[in-house]
Design a protein. Structure first.
Length: 256
């Protein structure tokens, strides 16, 4: 046996890993022994595999997905750097979601349950210059955010409040429309299409809080409409007045 080969036990000691871990890495196709004795099945490793073993152990401890670990082990330095940056961005997004979840739970625990005040107003007809993208109930938040980013980038001055339109009843797949009202004579943002909003009576509430908690105001508003025998007319609207204030609107059919 070559002098630079180590038994699995000696290699485990060298790398501060257990024999069980090394066998597991082999099963997962992350780190195969350099040589397996065909007669005894004993596994042997090269000394130069120690750095790879330490890298695998660190990445697994960080819960990096197996597919990413496999890519990193064979990637060139530039590609490896890009993979690590993508993994960092994924973790940062997870931390952001976790932080929002903690904030929402704190809000629910701290605030007493109370229904928002519903007002009935008559809206004038209007027009939005809008972008549209398909979404599902699971992706609607991310799709709305992506539309807002795209619309803001297309506007010379993204100061008008953005308005999002959603179906009254949520199917498995639907279009999200997000647009801005423009002053007469203003040029529409590139890539947008005109969406006309009919005038008429509307039930509305103002939600004070992060957008992750909009459901806390949506259900009382829709329940108010239902309890009074009123019928929604057309898509419901979210008007984003500022990062923590959103106006929720349900257009109503005219009573005859």
């Amino acid at each position: 046996m070559a002098a630079d080969l180590l038994s699995i036990g000696r290699f485990a000691r060298l790398t501060r890993l257990s024999v069980r871990q090394l066998r597991r890495y082999d099963e997962l196709q992350l780190l195969a022994p350099a040589v397996v004795d065909p007669d005894t099945g004993y596994r042997f490793y090269h000394r130069r595999q120690a750095r790879t073993a330490a890298t695998v152990a660190l990445l697994r401890e960080l819960d990096v997905p197996l597919a990413t670990v496999r890519e990193l082990l064979v990637a060139e330095p530039e590609a490896a750097s890009a993979l690590l940056q993508a993994e960092r961005d994924r973790r940062a997004a997870e931390l952001d979601r976790a932080a929002r979840s903690v904030a929402m739970l704190s809000r629910l625990a701290a605030e007493p349950e109370r229904d928002p005040e519903v007002t009935v107003v008559r809206e004038a007809p209007g027009r939005l210059w809008a972008l549209t993208r398909e979404a599902t109930p699971e992706t609607v938040g991310a799709v709305t955010t992506a539309l807002a980013d795209a619309l803001a980038a297309a506007l010379p001055d993204p100061s008008p409040p953005f308005v999002a339109l959603f179906p009254v009843d949520v199917p498995d797949s639907f279009d999200v429309v997000l647009g801005v009202p423009l002053a007469a004579g203003a040029s529409p943002p590139p890539g947008t299409t005109a969406v006309d909003l009919p005038g008429g009576p509307c039930a509305a509430v103002v939600h004070d809080g992060p957008r992750d908690t909009l459901a806390l105001s949506w259900w009382p508003l829709l329940a108010w409409v239902h309890e009074r025998g009123l019928e929604p007319a057309g898509p419901v609207r979210e008007t984003y007045l500022d990062p923590h204030t959103t106006r929720l609107t349900v257009p109503l059919k005219e009573e005859r």
